[in-house]
Design a protein around this ligand. Sequence first.
Ligand code: SAM
Length: 285
Amino acid sequence: MPTPTPAEVIEAQRQDWNRVAAGWDKWDSYFSRNMTFINHRLVADARLQPGLRVLDLGSGTGYPALLAGDVVGSEGSVVGIDLAESMLAVATRKAKALGMQHVTFRTGDVTTLPFDSESFDAVISRFCLMFLPEIPKALKEIIRVLKPGGYVAAAVWSAPEKNPFIRVPMDVIKTITSLPPPDPEAPGVFRLAKPGDLKGMMEGVGLSPLGDEEFTADVTYATAEEFFSSLMDIAAPIQNLFATLTAEQKIEAERGIVKAVNGYRHHHRIVLPIAVRIVAARKPV
Ligand SMILES: C[S@@+](CC[C@H](N)C(=O)[O-])C[C@H]1O[C@@H](n2cnc3c(N)ncnc32)[C@H](O)[C@@H]1O
C-alpha cells in the first residue's frame, strides 16, 4: 500500500476522531478521573500561573485545556485547537458549564497553527503529537507561537508493553488477522514512545529540553465487558483495526479481548497499568 500523504493522514485523523466524539462524551467522567494526573503534570511542567495565555494542541473533548483554564484564571486565557469539530463541541459545552469564558476552542491543524508568532506564554498537549504526519513541522510551529522563555509540555503514550489497555486488544486482533508490520516512523499511538525521541525532535527545532519522564498509573474498570465497551466507543485506532474484520472475527476478537483483560482482575475490578511519557522544553530567551 502506498504511504499516505500528510494531507491524507490529517483528513483520516479528522474523520476518525469526529466518529468517536459521542463515545468520548459518554465516557467523559470515567476518562477524566483516570487520566487527571497527566493534566496536573502538564500544567506543572509548563509552569502555568494566573494571567498566562496558553495553547492546548489536540484538545479533543477539553483536556488538558480545562485544567489550564482553572490555573491561569479569568485574567489569563486558553485556546484549544483540534481537527475534529465534534470533539471540540463537547469541549466547548464543558467550558460553558464550568463558566470558563476564557477557555475557547477552534478547529485547525497543529502543523499549521493559525496564530501570530510569539503570542502564547505556554503550549500544552495530551495524546496528540504522535498522530501527526510531520512532527518536526508542528514543533517548529510551537517554537514560532511561543514567546521567548515560554514553556511546552506534552504527554504521549509510552511503550506498548507497559500499556496493556492498548496492546492487549492489538495483540488479540493480530492472532485473528494478519496485520502489516508496524512502521515505527508512521503516525500512531506508540510513535513517540521511545525515551528521547520527542525530546530530540524538540532540541532539533531549537527548544531547550527540560525533562523526558515516564509516569505510571492504573486505569480501572468494573468488568472486562465494560473495558471492551469503552474501548470500542473511544479508541479510533482500535476501531479501525476492527473494521478490517469479518462479523465472525469481530465476535472472536471481542471474546479474546474480554478473556485477556479478565487476567488483570484485582479484587473486584479490572486494573490495567498505563505508562505515559511527558516531555517538557523551553524556548530560549
Ligand atoms: C487521543 S485524542 C486526545 C484528546 C485530548 N487531548 C485528551 O487527551 O483527552 C487525539 C486528538 O488529537 C487530534 N489531532 C490529531 N491530529 C491533529 C492535528 N494534525 N491537528 C490538530 N488536532 C489533531 C484529534 O482530532 C483528537 O481529538
